[in-house]
Design a protein around this ligand. Structure first.
Ligand code: CTP
Length: 130
């Protein structure tokens, strides 16, 4: 059984999110997603369209996702990987190199980011239509 772990905000859930989760899940048999909390987003200076519970509800409906847990801070990844016995840590390649230090406890994989779509752009479009 190969266990995968990934992280993100998954605001205004979109096609590239789905592809990332699909590709991550295809690397193993179980996918856990650390979903950034509203408090953590505030620390990052990121304002979401949807609050945590709604982002979580959407993610819960994605068949590639086996577990959703809160991401509260930058430091918790190492503990999560050990806690959930994750074999592979997956992120989009906008994070390339950023989490290589986790290589001592699991495999770290950066998947190619899907071009031309992101939550930031969707939020810009939504704000123009208000
Ligand atoms: N992702 C991707 N391709 C995209 C957008 C996101 O592969 N076009 C991946 C990210 O690399 C990450 C996961 O989806 O592994 C969750 O990304 P997140 O930051 O929540 O989504 P973004 O749309 O990138 O949001 P933002 O614009 O706020 O950065």
């Amino acid at each position: 059984m190969t266990r995968i772990i990934t992280y993100g905000t998954f605001d205004t859930f979109h096609w590239a999110h789905m592809l990332l989760l699909q590709r991550a899940r295809a690397m193993g048999d179980w996918l856990g997603v650390g979903l950034s909390t509203d408090a953590f987003n505030a620390i990052k200076g990121k304002q979401t369209c949807l609050p945590y519970e709604q982002r979580k509800q959407i993610l819960s409906g994605v068949k590639y996702v086996d577990l959703i847990f809160p991401e509260n801070n930058w430091q918790q990844k190492r503990d999560d990987i050990l806690k959930y016995h994750a074999d592979i840590f997956v992120m989009g390649d906008d994070w390339r190199g950023k989490f290589d230090d986790l290589n001592d406890i699991c495999q770290v994989v950066y998947l190619p980011r899907t071009p031309d779509i992101c939550s930031t752009e969707i939020k810009k479009i939504l704000s123009k239509t208000k």
